[in-house]
Design a protein around this ligand. Structure first.
Ligand code: SF4
Length: 79
């Protein structure tokens, strides 16, 4: 999972592997999910995808700005 999340941060910076269009669709799903939490430690990370800015998934603990751009999967199979 760490590898996938690191790839997500890379994609956050590069905007390559997972397209921003896909990331945006995922972010919308996360935004409506009860497992989304706002993380104080993540608050400084700005994101064009404001739906997931500063947020993490309480199911896997992953920062969502990276997760939605990674090759990881949603732990609830929502995307
Ligand atoms: S990754 Fe899945 S479980 Fe986690 S917040 Fe997003 S939709 Fe919900």
């Amino acid at each position: 999972m760490l590898k996938e999340i690191l790839s997500g941060w890379k994609n956050y910076l590069d905007k390559t592997e997972v397209t921003e269009a896909v990331a945006k669709e995922r972010a919308a799903i996360c935004a409506a999910c009860p497992s989304l939490r706002n993380g104080r430690l993540l608050a400084f990370i700005k994101d064009d995808l404001t739906e997931v800015e500063g947020a993490y998934c309480s199911k896997c603990g992953c920062p969502l700005s990276a997760k939605v751009r990674s090759n990881d999967i949603c732990p609830e199979n929502k995307w």
